[in-house]
Design a protein around this ligand. Sequence first.
Ligand code: ADP
Ligand code: MG
Length: 824
Amino acid sequence: MVSPKIDAEPLRTILKLERKRNYANTAVFGGIDRYLNNWAEETRIKIASSPPLLARFYELQLDKPSYATWDTGKRKAWVTDILNWLAQPEEIACTPPKMAAQPHTPTVSHTTIARKTTTHPSEKGLDSPTTAVKGVAASIAGKLERLGGKTIRDLLYLFPRRHIDYSQRKTIDQLEIGQEQTALVTVWESRITRLGYQQGTEIIVGDETGNMRVVWFNQPYLAKRFRTNTQLVLSGRVSEFRYAKQFENPEWEIIEDKELIHTGRLVPVYPLTQGLYPRQMRTIMRRVVDEWAWQIPDFLPQDTRNRHQLLELPEAITQAHFPDNYLKKAEARKRLAFDELFLLQLGVLSKKRDWQESQPGNSLSVNEATVNKFLQSMPFSLTSAQQSVLQEILSDIKLFKPMARLLQGDVGSGKTVVATAALMVAFDNGYQGALMAPTEILAEQHFRSIGSLLSKISQTTEEQGNTCRYQGFFAKPLTFALLTGSLNEKEKDNLRQQIQEGAIDITVGTHALIQKGVEFQKLGLAVIDEQHRFGVLQRSSLRQKGFNPHMLVMTATPIPRTMALTLYGDLDLSVIDEMPPGRQKIVTRWVEPEKRGQAYDFLHQRIAEGEQAFVICPLIEESESVEARAAVAEYEHLSRDVFPDLRLGLLHGKMPANEKERTMRNFRDGKLDILVSTSVVEVGIDVPNATVMLVEAADRFGLSQLHQFRGRVGRGQKKSYCLLLSENPSPEGIERLRAIETIHDGFRLAEKDLELRGPGEFFGTRQSGLPDLRMARLSDTPLLELARAEAITLFHSDSDLSKPEHQPLAKEMARVWQSQGEWS
Ligand code: ADP
Ligand code: MG
């Protein structure tokens, strides 16, 4: 038989904390009374079979706590009493009959309680499933999981998207029509009523200043809940009905002794999913916060917290959900954002150390004469930005420390040329080089353009499909290969073998290059194009190719410096901030809805001249399949109704890779006039004959993305155009459209974009390999720099987090980063 006993540990912890805080009723959020109410209810049931326990329980007023109303002296006396009581195990565990028979052990000892906590450590711990929350059944748990909430801890970090301010309480005569307000009222009468075609609830309420009508559509069952004389808090927008004020579908809450959740405060608005309702979600979250927030260990070192006046973690989490006021909300955000940035920085720093210090790199010698000869043989001279970036790269690769550099440069700024020069240096040193692109078509493109460069300066002696050999420029012949997923197995095997034997000097490829089975004999330099498609993890696996190669990552999505330092803090930064001379500006225009026909006519004209066009379908965030369906519909509509005489192709994210590649190739080879596409076409595809880019619902895209789209045209000599359609842009949408019309510099656009939209949207897709940022704004430079500085200090003092005081932090790091896969 199970003996009735009290699980005293949580209460003991709280009361000790309360004592430490001088009985200010702050040890647990929502106050001691509220916590005790829950605790007492459960406990009373557990000990119901033990009259002596129950008696003591009542004597100590554990059942009807009124801590909040006591003065400090009384609080102190009471807390001391309870703690004393809890400290005596025999008092809080009732002796089971069998054990009572043993005279020398009349009671259950300490170990029973200790065991209780160890045998069910996760019974209601932070890592318990969400079903541990009262009222969360399996079906609701499934819905919570869809929102990313698998465990209690996940829920604590599932923050509201925003708060509605219902904290301004007004009397009925003060209520203003059209405003979101809150009133405390008494119900006079309540009835089910017919509102239009539906049944609803209508009540008449009043306070000392007047009466008013309140209606809810669709919720006739409410009528019964609001009996006459019920005290009610109503929050919502006040409207006018027959010259009188009324609340329509307000949030409501019956006043009991508990804290308000849905009304009369800053009310959280949570992300929802089908079948999960706002009230329900708030109620669940309130329970979770009350019961678990205080259990979250604060992993930040105390001195860090003090130095920057950061809230303690449990309080920050509580205030992020149910803030007392705006100030508290801001403080909570600061603490939580700091955590995210700080953990991110620490991870990124250790990543960099791993890359650079765990294995030495290969020092390459740079033969200036060869480099110059190569540069001089090109049909143009490097811009000064290209030159200085090349110098940075060359001085990096001379070191034994492997280079880890991020090269940023607008579309068409000439990154590839610089990378090619560096690859030639690697080759000149007897090392292999690799260039990785995110898609096959881009890999092919690189293979062609570098190939044509090489063929200008040397003789092509051997050429078969995927390999070329160039002779006469370097001291020895250079073998150049293309490795992509679309080769057949035999070809791939063959290439892999040659790479392994060192018979191939430079390989261009897709991620097939870093998949298992490709071993380089002597990889000296790896170049990764279009960083945002490659994660940190892929970068790591590149290093595992036996060698510790120098690495150059290139991106055309310009990122402001502080942000780059944060996200790619493991990389050093280079920027090409200058375009080659003579680059044409792409004429960019917002086409107003009534001029859509003219835009289509313009496409017809350009295509009649033998040019090609892109049409980008609206961004649909709901899901890729919905977006794909919309793209198909658009493609059919355009093919049938608008351009029946032209050859159209379709590209979307749900198509199989080979089909995508085929369509892209057909377009590039001029077999299609118009490519209708979702945003998948964003990355650097180069079709010099394409001169018009038409973007549907352009206001939905970010500026950087629009700039990327625009960069798909104007690749050749012909004048090129970007037409932006937008039916009904918001004021902010209009601001973006105006910006893209006038600003042609990718960096300035990126900054503008950040300013207008914030970083989450700025990056579009989540950065793979990095932890989520939920609270942090990458545009918050001061906090970012603070977190970075703190991380650097800590990293210098204890880089592997081995000091005892850093153990909680080490644990948190492991948790945050492990969910992203191994750092290696
Ligand atoms: P990115 O990779 O940065 O988009 P690329 O290296 O592909 O840019 O260069 C874009 C085009 O500009 C290529 O056709 C390239 O040959 C040409 N180019 C690169 N650098 C220069 C330069 N300094 N002067 C003139 N044309 C250049
Ligand atoms: Mg490029």
